[in-house]
Design a protein around this ligand. Structure first.
Ligand code: B12
Ligand code: SF4
Length: 507
């Protein structure tokens, strides 16, 4: 009886999904230049591939793929032959690049009603917000796909087989995404992930087998991956099932032996979950054996108990737990990553200064640690703040929705800007800390925080002081000595696109 109901639900909702011959499109990287250039470090479009596999599972769609990171969409001769078009949007800033894709489709006379958007960056918009940005197009909610009984075990091999070998080679030369789990039981105010949800696991070993099969085809025998877990060790917390995690890790190890393809992966975890997991030596052992080499620990707010409370992090002693976790990781040969979002509404110049102190201390105390810090974007579609009624009534919210291009300012790598930090004094403080920390981490060669230049209404003075600008110049010089020499606070708006295209991609 339950099964029939499920099928009826799925059938009932199918109309809101793309059907027929579907072209699933991965937009270009948000900071690529306006003129098309082939991306030499493309991301494997796992969200599009998984969505494509689920769509085919409905029996009402046949999916092809277009990766705009690799080829220009408007040059496709068969563009008008498809029944429907899917555009995938990973984060809020990708609404800007998805907007470019939407315009490219419209310019080829494709009806907006045939265009479907999906992905975590966009699915948190209301229909009204979405229609303001993309009139006539369709917004697909994940729940329609998640109703599929095979949602957690869908095979992506048939989708990977549709991609060009030269693209597969490029994807696997870079880090790819391994579908591991989804969901985090916490609900931090700034987080746009699948929060307040019980962790669910994908068929991990089978997902790895699919990746391994594709990699081997192009002669690659070692895969580097970022796993999708939001809090990798959360099963070690009270009420969790650590045995399940251990079993998955052991299966992952076996799948490597069976396929002859090895895996090195990094994951994210809360510091308290990580410490809870260290109480189970067999889990830590299984993780290491399965290829775990780097762990990003959410340090957001750790420098101030007040900020932690405002962020609803669910842990007021984060600072000491972090230090314990960093020490433990280094003992085990796992590189700790300082994943730090700072500059939220509750921050003050004092808490920002303390943040700078804490991040510097972590980098100095732990010689293998890596800095991955970002100026907060407090309001993004999908997070708890976005749903606040004061935000919905604000002029910034309205301005943002006037043009999809504005969403670029919500990228986590973007320096604080008029959209993310309307108060100029705080914006400059946030950027001072962001630039100073990133510069330090660059000097140490332990950096995974790449800052980009946002759009501005006047010139660079609205973003930062002269001192911060000189420090920023040192960072830019690492990637483009010529641009670093040319840049001034006045010409920053003009050089913005060129500078951003030279900054390494967020990873
Ligand atoms: C892996 C990952 C990365 C990797 C991506 C590597 C790659 N190959 O692309 C790296 C580290 C590079 C990365 C970078 C970024 N990421 Co990221 N990332 C993730 C992570 C951990 C997993 C995403 C994933 O692949 N999930 C698995 C797939 C199958 O699920 P999915 O993408 O949600 O897709 C499902 C649905 O959304 C839907 N769907 C997706 N597309 C479409 C399209 C259509 C037409 C349809 C019908 C359905 C559909 O179908 C899928 C199956 O249900 C998530 C957190 C998480 N656990 O989800 C964050 C996450 C998605 N990232 C996020 C962000 C913000 C970014 C950045 C934009 C950060 C930034 N710089 O601002 C960048 C953008 C990079 C880019 N691609 O342009 C946020 C998005 C939040 C939001 N609401 O905006 C998340 C949720 C992290 C977080 N805690 O906030 N990321
Ligand atoms: S920031 Fe981390 S702990 Fe907080 S809700 Fe997001 S994934 Fe969970």
């Amino acid at each position: 009886m339950i099964k029939i109901n499920k099928i009826q639900n799925l059938e009932g909702k199918i109309d809101s999904l793309p059907t027929g011959d579907v072209l699933m499109i991965q937009p270009r990287y948000a900071f690529s230049r306006s003129a098309f250039e082939q991306d030499s470090n493309p991301y494997l479009p796992i969200g599009a591939l998984y969505a494509g596999a689920l769509l085919e599972g409905t029996g009402k769609a046949t999916v092809s793929y277009h990766d705009s990171q690799r080829r220009e969409l408007s040059k496709r001769k068969d563009l008008s032959n498809y029944d429907t078009y899917g555009i995938t949007v990973m984060g809020a800033s990708n609404i800007a690049s998805a907007g470019r894709t939407y315009q490219e489709l419209l310019s080829q006379d494709i009806e907006p009603s045939k265009i479907y958007f999906g992905g975590q960056g966009i699915e948190g918009l209301t229909q009204e917000e979405f229609q303001r940005l993309f009139p006539g197009a369709n917004l697909v909610s994940r729940s329609v796909l998640a109703d599929n009984p095979n949602y957690w075990s869908t095979n992506i091999s048939p989708q990977l087989e549709k991609l060009a070998e030269e693209d597969i080679k490029k994807y696997f030369e870079n880090e790819v995404t391994l579908l591991f789990s989804q969901g985090c039981k916490y609900d931090c105010t700034f987080c746009g992930a699948q929060t307040k949800q019980k962790e669910e696991f994908f068929g991990v070993a089978d997902q790895f087998r699919s990746l391994a099969k594709a990699a081997k085809k192009v002669g690659i025998y070692e895969i580097k991956a970022y796993v999708t877990s939001l809090d990798f060790f959360q099963q070690a917390l009270k009420g969790g099932d650590v045995g399940r995690l251990e079993k998955l890790l052991n299966e992952l190890k076996e799948a490597q032996e069976e396929t002859g393809v090895s895996l090195k992966f990094r994951a994210l975890s809360r510091a308290d979950s990580y410490m809870a997991a260290t109480k189970y030596p067999s889990i830590m052992d299984a993780a290491k054996k399965a290829g775990f080499y780097q762990c990003g620990l959410g340090a957001d707010g750790a420098a101030s108990v007040e900020v932690l409370k405002a962020m609803k992090k669910g842990n007021t002693s984060l600072r000491s737990t972090l230090i314990e976790a960093f020490a433990d990781m280094e003992k085990r040969g796992i590189a700790p990553e300082i994943l730090y979002v700072f500059g939220v509404g509750a921050d003050t110049p004092k808490t920002l200064e303390d943040t700078l102190g804490l991040c510097s201390e972590l980098l100095t105390e732990f010689p293998t640690s890596i800095y991955r810090g970002f100026p907060a974007k407090d309001f993004i579609p999908g997070n708890r703040n976005w749903r606040r009624s004061d935000w919905k009534q604000s002029s910034t919210h309205s301005e943002l929705l006037n043009d999809s291009k504005n969403f670029i300012n919500l990228d986590f790598t973007s320096l604080g800007n008029y959209i993310s930090h309307p108060n100029e004094e705080m914006r400059k403080e946030v950027n001072r800390v962001a630039i100073e920390m990133s510069a330090k981490a660059h000097e140490l060669g332990r950096v995974q925080s790449f800052l980009t230049i946002p759009e501005m209404t006047t010139d660079g003075r609205e973003l930062m002081s002269e001192e911060s600008f000189e420090r920023l110049r040192e960072i830019i010089a690492v990637y483009s000595p010529v641009l670093a020499e040319q840049m001034t606070l006045e010409n920053l708006p003009e050089l913005r696109e060129k500078i951003n295209a030279n900054i390494p991609k967020d990873r």
